[in-house]
Design a protein around this ligand. Structure first.
Ligand SMILES: *[C@@H]1O[C@H](CO)[C@@H](O)[C@H](O)[C@H]1NC(C)=O
Length: 323
């Protein structure tokens, strides 16, 4: 059984034009069929914005952060507008002593400069040529001699990771120095260094396509300085509905950051009062929630569309050929 009509070889005539047409038609068909497969494999996501109706009292924070300081020094706590304070101990989080290095992370400052958003430029409109020039510089900087990867390699560090539950309201989640008694009021212990690398930071459960803007970033505390790193986070409640219609209630976030630093030496500080060095993640909830709905084409629809594309091309090319 042969389903395809064949033309006897003696009846065929080959021409350069015909050959070219065959090649062009094949390319066109490949392109169209590939496009159909692509839209079949890659689900289409649809975004909607609605006022957040969900009544939830808890917010899950997942993190994996390495600080260039020994674990005994660090304490992890949270505090919110209702006045409730939480200390996270051994049961909720893990503290692992590791050597600190920035690894493959990028410097948040350098990236900010790349986007033309450095403090020095204070909201001036960045000109596009300037941005491109900076992007090039940044890339060659990253490429040169593997410099950033060397920062802090070998110094003592502490990797803190875990998932903690806090109240779903304005609050702060922070890494600060373990209070060591009255001595702290007058003199800070040596080796305070809040240089840190963030490997993961998220609110709620992960879903495909969720972006973690802080992941793989580091920030450096300059030598002989105490720094408070602040991250101002807007948590956007998100409902993710997958192609099977299962809904997942989670969160995305947007983040701004600023830092404040003081010279370690009181003389150099010139009488300026000392703030609290540490890492502060201040979060706030957005009233608008995002609903992400994924839809996937059915297999029968894919087949129909492929048949239509292939058949249509054949008929059209046949017509043109006859003309
Ligand atoms: C903190 O540690 C990093 C990495 O070792 C180092 O580059 C930086 O100078 C240190 N800063 C302070 C204040 O000691």
């Amino acid at each position: 059984l042969d389903a395809f009509p064949k033309v006897e070889a003696s009846q065929q005539s080959r021409s350069a034009g015909g050959g070219l047409a065959t090649v062009l038609v094949s390319l066109l068909l490949t392109y169209l069929v590939w496009g159909e497969f692509h839209s079949y494999w890659v689900p289409i996501s649809h975004h909607e914005f609605v006022v957040d109706h969900t009544v939830q009292h808890a917010l899950l924070i997942n993190f994996d952060i390495t600080v260039a300081m020994t674990c005994q020094r660090l304490t992890v706590d949270s505090m919110d507008v209702s006045g409730s304070r939480n200390h996270f101990g051994e049961r909720q989080i893990k503290k692992l002593p590791v050597p600190f290095s920035v690894g493959r992370a990028t410097d948040l400052k350098a990236e900010r400069t790349l986007h033309g958003l450095d403090e020095d430029e204070g909201g001036e409109e960045a000109d596009i040529g300037e941005l491109i020039r900076k992007a090039r510089q940044f890339r060659s900087h990253i490429g040169s001699a593997g410099a950033p990867a060397q920062i802090g390699s070998g110094t003592d560090g502490c990797r803190v990771l875990g998932s903690v539950v806090v109240n779903k309201m304005v609050g702060s989640f922070h890494f600060t120095l373990m209070p060591q008694g009255l001595a702290d009021l007058f003199m800070l212990p040596r080796g305070v260094n809040f240089t840190h690398r963030i490997d993961h930071f998220s609110f709620g459960v992960h879903y495909p396509g969720l972006v973690d803007p802080l992941a793989n970033h580091f920030q450096l505390a300059p030598p002989a300085h105490l720094v408070a790193f602040h991250y101002l986070i807007s948590v956007v409640p998100t409902t993710y509905v997958d192609a099977q219609g299962r809904a997942l209630v989670t969160n995305q976030y947007a983040v701004k950051d600023y830092s404040k630093s003081w010279a370690e030496d009181p003389q150099a500080r010139g009488g300026q009062p000392l703030g609290t060095p540490g890492l502060f993640f201040k979060y706030d909830m957005e009233p608008i929630s995002v609903r992400v709905t994924e839809t996937q084409q059915s297999l029968s629809r894919l087949l129909t569309r492929i048949c239509a594309a292939v058949g249509g091309i054949f008929v059209c090319v046949g017509l043109i050929h006859r003309l």
